[in-house]
Every structure is written in C-alpha cells, then in structure tokens.
Design a binder for this molecule. Structure first.
Ligand SMILES: [Mg+2]
Length: 305
C-alpha cells in the first residue's frame, strides 16, 4: 500500500500536526557531515549513545555490515549504550537475543521500548488490562499486561475502556473495519505503542501502526496517544536509565527524520541521521533539503552507523 519513498514522506509530512513541534531549526553545521559514529565519538562530546535498531543495526533480519564495526568501536569507547525502539512485537529478552545474534551484543536492560509505557499509561488512565482491547498477534509481548486484554472480535470489546495498538502483523481490512466500528460506537483512548508510519524492508516499505492511527485520527477525529518515538515520554524513560547524563551529552542515532531526529532534537539531544534505512538511496543534499522542509536539522548525517 506504500508506493515508494515519496509516498511515505508525504504521509509523515501530513502527520506533522500530530507530532511534537521541532525546536527552532539550526543550520546544518559544516562539521555535520560525518563518515560515521567513530568520527563523532572522537570529538568527545557525548557520554551516551542511543541507537535506533531498524535501519541502523539491521534491515529485516540482516545486520547492516558497516554497523557492526561501528558498534564494536562504540563498545570499546566505554560510553553508555541504549537501544530505543518502536518495536512493539518483542520482549526485551527476545530483542536482545536477536541483536546479539546479528553481532550487536545488547543486554535486555539496555533496550527501551515505547511499549514499556503501556502499563503505566493504562494505570494513569485507571484502565484494567481486562478492559482494554489488544490489536496484535498473540502471544503478544509483555504477557503480564497483554494476555488478559480482549481480542477485537470479543463482544466485550465494543464497550471496553481503551485500545492498545501494538502491531500491524495480521492487520486486515476486517481489522480496520472493526476498529472503526468500536471508535464510532464509543470514542476511547487508543494507545499506539509503535508510532512509526512505515518501516523500510529489505524489499519495499511496510506499514506500521502509526499509519492506521493517523488515518483514524484524520478520518474519525479521535486523538491517539503515541507511546514511542518521537514523543517525549519514551525519551524520559530512557534518560531515567542514564542517571547523571545531561541530554545535551547524548547522541541519538536513527534512520527516520520524523522519528529519530525529531524525537532526539525535542529531547535536547544531538542526532545522527544515517542513510542505511528509510533514506537509503537518497543523496546527502536531498536529505538535508527534505529535513529542512520539515523544519528539522540533524546534528550529523552519515551513510551508516
Ligand atoms: Mg529505524
């Protein structure tokens, strides 16, 4: 359903009214073009590096080869490393095992997900898991909270207090129709644990929960609550795991401007935008122009990690 990069970019631009506002744009500095992470680390400006995974470390199940050496150099630097992911289909242990198998040894405690905010957000809303509808294949991650949730086709779903949207795996026209019927019957919080609109696949571009959430928002007037990047809550969560580190001494690496650059910039961090994922095949000049038209400027731009 996503035709090409230009289509995906238009979708992100159209969603900007529901995304955080970028901080005042600064000109891409002359030093902003980097060959990769090692060159940036050599400047000694950072105490911690937050890595996006998909499009930075891997594309599909395949590791991005150049990222392995950069990751090894990052580990050798001794800086704190976190992976900040919008993946809402894995538990930290599964994700850690996958990254490690691909050549990126990351401990479960070093991974922060938007999905981590689901339980506290439901608690804030006063909604029990048993009164929340789950949009995800089963078994879903975070079983303690997702296992008791209602399936979309459960008769009790019609009046459930909230909807947790984790994954588009298995999402069909029928899923979409049922979700719309629920929201027309009774507006209620929709917690979107993966705000990404698209994700780059080894071949083509896939649709993620953010795609449907923004469409529902535009067409039904509902206001989804986004729990992952680029929204501030998940950055506060990752910073709680980095006590004593100021945001200005954090480098945030990612492949998607409206996810990784926007979120990192709003959180007051430096950002490294890599061309190995969503932006593959685009020139540096084209990427700078695209970011500028969206009011964003990554601190650094590099071909890969
Ligand atoms: Mg990514």
């Amino acid at each position: 359903m996503i035709e090409d990069f230009a289509h995906a970019w238009r979708l992100y631009r159209a969603a900007e009214t529901r995304l955080p506002t970028p901080p005042p744009r600064h000109t891409l500095p002359a030093t902003g073009l980097a060959t990769g992470l090692r060159e940036i680390l050599a400047q000694g400006l950072h105490d911690a590096v937050i890595l996006d995974a998909w499009g930075v470390l891997n594309l599909g199940d395949a590791p991005i080869p150049a990222a392995r050496d950069a990751f090894a150099a990052l580990r050798a630097s001794g800086l704190a490393v976190r992976v900040l992911s919008n993946d809402a289909g894995s538990d930290p242990e599964q994700s850690s095992a996958r990254h490690t198998r691909r050549g990126f040894a990351v401990a479960p405690e070093e991974i922060v997900f938007g999905l981590d905010l689901l339980a506290p957000t439901l608690a804030e809303l006063g909604v029990a898991a048993e009164d929340c509808v789950l949009v995800s294949p089963r078994p879903a991650p975070r079983a303690a909270i997702t296992a008791p949730m209602l399936d979309l086709d459960d008769p009790r779903a019609m009046d459930a207090a909230a909807i947790a949207f984790l994954s588009t795996v298995g999402y069909t026209e029928a899923t979409d129709a049922r979700l719309r019927a629920l929201l027309r019957h009774r507006p209620r919080p929709v917690l979107v644990c993966n705000p990404d609109i698209v994700s780059p696949e080894p071949e083509g571009i896939a649709i993620e929960p953010g795609f449907h959430a923004h469409r529902l928002a535009a067409e039904l007037g509902c206001a989804p609550t986004f729990l992952g990047k680029p929204f501030p809550g998940v950055y506060a969560a990752v910073m709680r795991t980095l006590p004593g580190v100021p945001a200005a001494r954090v480098l945030c690496v990612g492949d998607t401007p409206h996810t990784d650059v926007l979120g990192g910039a709003v959180a007051g961090m430096d950002t490294l935008l890599v061309q190995s994922g969503f932006l593959r095949g685009r020139s540096g000049a084209e990427i700078s122009a695209l970011c500028a038209e969206a009011g964003m400027a990554p601190t650094y731009l590099a071909p890969h990690l």
